[in-house]
Ligand binder design. Sequence first.
Ligand SMILES: [Zn+2]
Length: 269
Amino acid sequence: MDHTKINLIVRLQHIDNLIESIMSLQKGLPEEIAALEEDLAFTARQIEARKKISEEHLKLRERLNSTINDCKEKIRTFKEKQTLARNNKEYDALSKQIEYEEKEIAQAEIRLQDIAQAEHHAQELQKKGRDLIAENRYDEISEEMMPDDVLQQQLHDLTEQVRLKKEELDSIVIETAEEVTQLRETLESQRSVVAKEAKRLLDKYDHLKSGSLQNAVVKLDRHACSGCNTRVPTNRHTLIVQGGFYVCESCGRIVVHERLFDEAAAEKH
Ligand SMILES: [Zn+2]
């Protein structure tokens, strides 16, 4: 049995592991940032929608109030004219105009009440939300129940979290870029060596890694395959100790003595 072949593939796995351990520093961060950004956008949309409604209410209220004032002004004028009316017909005509303006006022007031009621309802919902928050019953809170200040705080917190996570990711990427590039180069040259010297092992290695396995070559750990924890038959231990390899019956990984990994790590790259 040619043990140098297995040494070559262990070294390949070792370099792969080094790259993986560096990449794992940032593992999850890009996904975490994406999720936070989604939450942030959702919160911002909620705040924006509320702002729009309150602006619309404000505009409408101003318009209705000015309508009411106009009507009142007209009524005042009509009433003055009534005192000067020369006959009943003129007086009645003015009365009708006054009546019309009064109806306009009544309608405007109803609409103002509707706005006040809608705003009151929104505030009541928020009050309920605040109570639920106090009781930690977050899953019962609907979108409308989220108090304005809590939404603002959420927006602020999420913005800050996204900023920090991005900073963290950037610094990891910058710090490790050179090392990763170097390791990838080493990995490539190691691959070409293995391809020349131990093509079948490399094929097996690639086949194992093409699945969901990150590690195709693993250490023997307490008489078991450290990839899946299945016990390795005793009669194969000697071979492994001698520097050979065993293909795990359960997961198919290549199991070797941990000494081989130490040797691969000791080699300069
Ligand atoms: Zn296994």
